[in-house]
Structure formats: structure tokens, C-alpha cells
Design a protein around this ligand. Structure first.
Ligand code: ZN
Length: 529
């Protein structure tokens, strides 16, 4: 009997000891350190605001994020991060690395590109472009990297002070709207030595989820048809119209659409439809996004689209080539990181919105006939759990990274609920106190979550266990791009060249103005009379 008690005590002692050896600081000590980290983020609120406003004012489309990348990496370089420019042969892509000792390698990413034709004055509740037709942050990608930088700088201070060991690697989701960088980063080995990834994305609440995410993955393919030019009136019988082929492909795909499962989504635009009517178009192109909730479903659609392109070429006696210009796997997020993060979300809570913030939010919701008129979120969303019913929707190429290393996406409340997305209305909040407070809240959650992982080795082991034994149990990641597909870095160049000179006049000058609203002379909020 006594021997049994002795053995049990011994086992218990060994167990406690093994927990302690996994954690650098006790629960109580780490709680205090985390409170200190939260204060550091709060203290940097002004810096966060400047970054959010500055990137908003650059308004750069995918692959043309020159000013944004230059500006953001400068801040990180000044803080002692090593910058590697032009990763994956994408001129505006980079990694920023800072290391101390031998701990986990933690990747912090967020997007940075904006939306075509979404130029909009911030703080104004109705459509008022800064520059008519110009790009603008009509999704809110100007806020995510400022969230990560603010968090990283706080974490760095804490790591130095308390001797926590690890490596931080920040990076931008270049051209997220084209889903055209993250699969390339994975292919080119930038995630080979990463332990886990925290991705941040603007939202209208503070939230995180695990398991398969709502929405789809996609393949983005451009079909280029080639025929023969001729005088459209003088000798039309000698021409073979590439545009006919592209149009027939479009028509055939629209017939196909009837037979697609409702969870599948597809959309297309013509990227070349000829030059002028009196010349039979010798070249024409059509660009598709083909989306589904599974990789297999996406590849089925891709196969069907290739067949339809062949048919269109046969019908018109033209030729075609196709190229993959973007890919995104359906996203799967890590349970252990999400649960750790959610406990920190509950600690941080939603920002305190001012009456002005709420007045603006409600006015914008009314302006766009939103399904909600209740203003900004005042109640935290629940931890997102895998749903038994799949829901279709958008994609993000963080999906590819989520199949390479344990990953979550933190959504932080810098935008107004109930807007349609990819629209000028989504830009309204993005350089106002709403975005600034939401970004600070997001940075706190990132900082606290990273500190948890730096302190407790067990968490990372558990996250990897979920990744290897639950997530990868029935699914194998196969890249949709080949080892040779280049990133389509030529995209958006012409549009940016057209607007950059005009946009420069509106770049935020933090040396002269406190915030971007002040520089633009906007009374906050400005409502419709
Ligand atoms: Zn996005």
C-alpha cells in the first residue's frame, strides 16, 4: 500500500517536473509579462495609427506595392530586423527576420494590396473618391502589417527583457487580391523552416477559427487565343477571330455553370478583346477564377475549363495557350493556436468605440443597404469551430501556407460590419479611429499569443500534433503551380503608372499632420446632408 502511494507521488512529481521544464515562466509570471506586452502595444498606438494611415494613402494594387513595402521594411530594419527583398522573384515581396536564441520560428504575415477603383475619402459616409477611378483600400489591407509590426516590436522588447528565445519573421501577402504570392513562397521554400504562422486580416470583430474555414480555394487561369487578323469589311473571310474563341469559351462556361455544385463559384473578365472593330482580332484573352471548397473540386473545374477552351479553339480554327496566374488552397486552421489565441482575444476584448465611430458605422451601413444597421461590434464573436455545413465564398492564398505549417488567421475589428467587400465603402473606416483602435486590439492579441508559444514548448508540440495527425490525416497538399510558373508580377503595372503621380499628392505626411483625416481636411464623421 505504502509503496503504491510512493510510486504515485513519484509519477506525479515527474509529471509536474516535465510541465515545468516545458515552460520558462510560471503561469503567474507569464500573466504579468503579458500585461506588460499589452501596455507596450497600447503605448505604440500612435505609431500604429501612422502606419495604418500611411499605407492607406499609398493605395497600391497587387505586385505594385513599392511604396508600402519600402516604408514598412524601413521601420523593421530600424528595429534590427534583417530584410530580404524580392523573395520568390517578386520585387515588392520581402521577409523581415529577428532572432534571439534557439526558440520557435514564428511567421507573422498579412496582406498589403488594395482594390481597383475603390478610391475613397476616409471618414465620409458616402461615395466620395479621393481620385476618381483610382485604386483604394476597399478591403482594408492597409491595416494588417501595421498590426504585425506593432506586435513584433512589443514581443521583441519582451524577449530581450526576459530572455525568451525564438525567431520572428514578418512578410507581406503581396497581391492577395490576385491570390498570387503565398503559394509561390511555399513552393520556393520560405516556409520550410517555420514552426507556425499567425496571419492577420482585417474584419469587423476580433476573432479566430479552426478547422476548414468558410469559403473556397481557387485557381486563377488566363486563356489566350490566337487567330489571324484581316480587314473586317474588306476580307473578313480571311480572318480567324481570337475574340470569337474567347467569347465562345465564356458562353460555354455560362452553360456549364448550370451544372456546377452550388458551393462552386466562378467569374471571368476579358483581358484582351481586340483593338478596334475594323481589324479581326488576332489575339484575345479571358481570365477565370474557378473556386470550390476542395482542391479536387477546383482541379475538376480547371479540367473542364481546359476542355471548353479546346472546343472554342476548334470551333474558330484558332489556337490557345493558358497560364496559371494565381492559386489558393481552401484554408484549414490550427485548433491549438486558435484556442490559445481565443483565450487572449477574451483578455483583450473589443475596442471602446466612440459615439462618432458608431455614427459613421451606422451611416455607412445605411448608405449601402446593409443587412445590419447596428453599427460596430460590441460583443466578441465566439471561437469559430468547424461547421458541419460547408459555406462557399471568398478565398485567400494563406490556404497554401495553412497546409504547410500550423496556421491561423486573426480577424481584427478595423472595419464596419455588413459591407459588401471589395468596394469603396470598405475603405471608409480604414484611416479613421475605427481602424486605428481595431489594429491596436489585433496587435495585442498577436503579441500575447506569440508570448504564450515562446514560454510554453508544449503548446507548439500540441499545435504540430494537430497539424500532422488531424489536419493532414486525410489530405495531402499538392501545389497547383508547377516549379516553373512565374509570379505574374506584370499585373496592375499600367493602372498604377496611370494613377501614381496623382496619388503621390495625397500621401500621408506624418511630419505635418497628426492623422490622415486632418491632412485631408475631413471632419469626423462627415455625413450626407
Ligand atoms: Zn483580404
Amino acid at each position: 500500500m505504502e509503496l503504491k502511494i510512493l510510486l504515485r507521488t513519484l509519477v506525479f512529481f515527474l509529471f509536474v517536473n516535465s510541465i515545468n521544464s516545458q515552460q520558462k515562466f510560471s503561469k503567474r509570471a507569464i500573466s504579468k509579462i503579458k500585461i506588460e506586452a499589452e501596455k507596450l502595444v497600447e503605448k505604440d498606438h500612435k505609431k500604429t495609427q501612422v502606419m495604418v494611415d500611411k499605407v492607406f494613402s499609398f493605395s497600391e494594387l497587387g505586385f505594385q506595392e513599392n511604396e508600402s513595402s519600402k516604408y514598412l521594411t524601413k521601420i523593421l530594419a530600424k528595429a534590427g530586423f534583417d530584410i530580404d527583398y524580392g523573395i520568390s522573384n517578386i520585387p515588392t515581396a520581402w521577409t523581415a527576420t529577428w532572432s534571439q536564441g534557439n526558440g520557435p520560428v514564428i511567421s507573422l504575415g498579412s496582406d498589403v494590396d488594395c482594390i481597383p477603383k475603390a478610391s475613397q475619402y476616409p471618414g465620409v459616409s458616402y461615395h466620395k473618391p479621393i481620385i476618381e477611378g483610382a485604386p483604394g483600400h476597399g478591403e482594408g489591407h492597409n491595416s494588417g502589417i501595421p498590426v504585425n509590426i506593432t506586435a513584433a516590436l512589443a514581443i521583441q522588447k519582451i524577449m530581450k527583457k526576459y530572455g525568451l528565445e525564438g525567431t520572428l519573421i514578418l512578410w507581406p501577402g503581396i497581391a492577395e487580391e490576385l491570390v498570387a504570392s503565398k503559394a509561390w513562397y511555399v513552393r520556393d521554400g520560405y516556409f520550410d523552416d517555420i514552426d507556425f504562422c499567425i496571419f492577420t486580416h482585417v474584419g469587423s470583430n476580433l476573432g479566430v477559427s479552426y478547422g476548414l474555414a468558410r469559403g473556397t480555394g481557387l485557381i486563377s487561369v488566363e486563356y489566350n487565343f490566337e487567330g489571324e487578323a484581316a480587314h473586317s469589311a474588306g476580307a473578313p473571310w480571311r480572318g480567324r477571330s481570337a475574340l470569337d474563341a474567347a467569347e465562345l469559351m465564356n458562353i460555354a462556361w455560362n452553360y456549364k455553370r448550370e451544372h456546377l455544385h452550388p458551393l462552386k463559384r466562378s467569374h471571368s473578365i476579358f483581358t484582351d478583346s481586340g483593338d478596334q472593330p475594323n481589324v479581326v482580332p488576332s489575339k484575345a484573352s479571358i481570365w477565370f477564377y474557378l473556386r470550390d471548397i476542395t482542391y479536387e473540386g477546383i482541379m475538376d473545374m480547371y479540367k473542364d475549363a481546359n476542355n471548353i477552351a479546346k472546343g472554342a479553339a476548334l470551333m474558330t480554327d484558332t489556337k490557345f495557350t493558358s497560364k496559371i496566374v494565381g492559386t489558393a488552397w481552401p484554408r484549414h486552421f490550427n485548433k491549438v493556436i486558435a484556442e490559445t489565441m481565443y483565450s487572449n482575444i477574451k483578455k483583450v476584448g473589443l475596442p471602446k468605440w466612440s459615439e462618432k465611430d458608431q455614427i459613421l458605422a451606422k451611416a455607412v451601413q445605411k448608405e449601402v443597404n446593409s443587412n445590419t444597421y447596428s453599427g460596430l461590434a460590441t460583443k466578441l464573436s465566439d471561437l469559430g469551430k468547424p461547421s458541419s455545413v460547408m459555406v462557399s465564398g471568398g478565398s485567400d492564398d494563406i490556404g497554401d501556407i495553412s497546409w504547410k505549417v500550423p496556421t491561423v488567421t486573426l480577424r481584427f475589428p478595423s472595419n464596419i460590419p455588413g459591407l459588401q467587400g471589395h468596394h469603396w465603402s470598405n475603405a471608409i473606416a480604414m484611416a479613421t479611429p475605427i481602424a486605428h483602435k481595431g489594429a491596436t486590439a489585433g496587435a495585442k492579441v498577436v503579441a500575447l499569443t506569440v508570448i504564450d508559444f515562446l514560454n510554453d514548448k508544449k503548446l507548439l508540440n500540441n499545435a504540430k500534433d494537430y497539424f500532422n495527425n488531424v489536419q493532414l490525416k486525410n489530405t495531402e497538399y499538392k501545389p497547383m503551380i508547377s516549379k516553373d510558373d512565374p509570379p505574374p508580377i506584370y499585373l496592375n503595372k499600367e493602372i498604377m503608372n496611370m494613377y501614381r503621380k496623382e496619388l503621390e499628392k495625397f500621401y500621408f505626411d506624418e511630419t505635418k499632420f497628426d492623422n490622415y483625416l486632418e491632412q485631408l481636411g475631413i471632419e469626423y464623421p462627415t455625413l450626407k446632408k
